[in-house]
Design a protein around this ligand. Structure first.
Ligand code: ZN
Length: 406
């Protein structure tokens, strides 16, 4: 099966994950997809294929040389974002001639280079787009397809010598749970790569340090006609608190290595109000300072209104650079592989996290490599076919180059 056909088949599986079910995988569609992949891996002739109760799928392409080489893993995720439906995805391949692409005529949904100038990089290329009603699912089915096609290619080309290759497909990456039940010991690799990046060339080994915060305000409700000097309105406390945070440190005002506080949700009555934040920074020290600043503001509110405000603060993941940088050859190997297949590596910090960040801290150093798609998590997602091919070629080349070093 050709790589593109493989991808087009995978996006027909509805694997949207859910924040609310509390199960693993969070949705049954991911299990269905994983079971279908098991069959394909069997057909290709991979070994040690295991699909555990939590729908973590692992498989092995054994080494074909006696040379002592590190086992290398390639990892992608089964689920698609909860942000947008991934049901009845109806992809379309078009040769992009420039200008607008009408995704859905009746609802006037248009993929336009005015809004997405990166489209201009793909003129005269075949790109896969949505019908405007769902996401595409290149995040991360492009990664799944690239890994499986690469394994098949290596299996069919025994003249390319390589060490042991391990494949891992995980559920629920999009809800931050992809690494929760990943058995690093069973995977048994010295290092791995997630194939979960965007545009062609992306190579990432730095990500945010991340925490989640929930601030709860308790008020005192009294009949508003007789509230003078008695009422304490929790919603107003929440609004005041939100205004104390630095306005410049919001997602919409930051880029590159700049961190932020992001208000992700608010709810409130007179009695009680809550603010939910995520806190992000590449720099560990600045990250700790941001958390400390929140604690101080909660203290300040409690000084003004004793006992009114409670902070729950929870670290989510850390910057993998701490783990990967001492083993920089892992990044260098991917860099060389990209160059060898004619791709210019774009090394840049991820303004988010990956499964690989948590896996790195679990003992499996794990940079992230492009799968080729753009505009993830929405209806404007698209995947240039050539970028997908380059992702597959990069995987093959990593396997090949890792066996050449002495
Ligand atoms: Zn992804």
């Amino acid at each position: 099966m050709e790589l593109t056909d493989r991808f087009l088949k995978y996006v027909t599986f509805d694997t949207q994950s859910s924040e609310t079910t509390g199960t693993t995988p969070s949705t049954p569609g991911q299990r269905v997809f994983a079971e279908a992949l098991v069959k394909e891996l069997e057909e290709i002739g991979l070994e040690d294929i295991t699909l555990d109760d939590n729908s973590y799928l692992m498989a092995t392409l054994p080494a074909n040389t006696d040379k002592p080489l590190p086992a290398i893993g390639f990892i992608a995720h089964l689920d698609t974002s909860p942000d947008m439906s991934g049901k009845d995805v109806t992809p379309r391949i078009i040769t992009y001639k420039g200008g607008d692409i009408v995704l859905c005529a009746e609802e006037n949904i248009v993929l336009s280079p005015v809004m997405f100038p990166e489209l201009n990089d793909y003129k005269e290329q075949d790109i896969i787009v949505t019908n405007g009603k769902t996401l595409l699912g290149a995040d991360d089915k492009a990664g799944v397809a690239a890994i499986i096609s690469a394994a098949k290619y290596l299996k069919e080309h025994p003249e390319i010598k390589h060490g042991k290759i391990r494949i891992g497909f995980t559920p629920d990456e999009e809800i931050g749970a992809g690494a929760d039940y990943f058995d690093v010991e069973k995977f048994g690799c010295e290092f791995a790569y997630t194939i979960d990046g965007g545009q062609v060339g992306e190579l990432e080994y730095e990500n945010f340090n991340a925490a989640g915060a929930k601030v709860t305000f308790k008020g005192l409700n009294v009949h508003p006609g007789y509230a003078k000097d008695k009422m304490l309105n929790a919603s107003l406390l929440a609004m005041e608190f939100a205004s104390w945070l630095p306005a410049g440190q919001r997602p919409e005002h930051t880029a590159g290595y700049e961190g932020f506080y992001h208000l992700t949700g608010m709810a409130g009555t007179v009695e009680e109000a809550t603010l939910s934040y995520i806190i992000r920074d590449h720099n560990r020290m600045l990250f700790e300072e941001k958390k400390e600043a929140l604690r101080k503001l909660v203290e300040k509110m409690n000084e003004m209104h004793p006992g009114s405000t409670v902070l729950e603060l929870r670290d989510q993941y850390y910057n993998m650079r701490e783990i990967v940088e001492p083993k920089k050859y892992i990044v260098d190997l991917a860099f060389k592989a990209m160059m060898a297949v004619g791709v210019t590596p774009l090394v840049k910090p991820i303004r988010g996290g990956t499964d690989g960040a948590r896996l790195s801290f679990m003992g499996l150093p794990c940079p992230n490599i492009f799968a080729g798609g753009l505009n993830f998590h929405g209806r404007y997602e698209f995947l240039p076919v050539k970028s997908l091919e380059k992702s597959m070629e990069t995987i093959i080349k990593i396997a090949e180059l890792s066996a050449l070093k002495d």
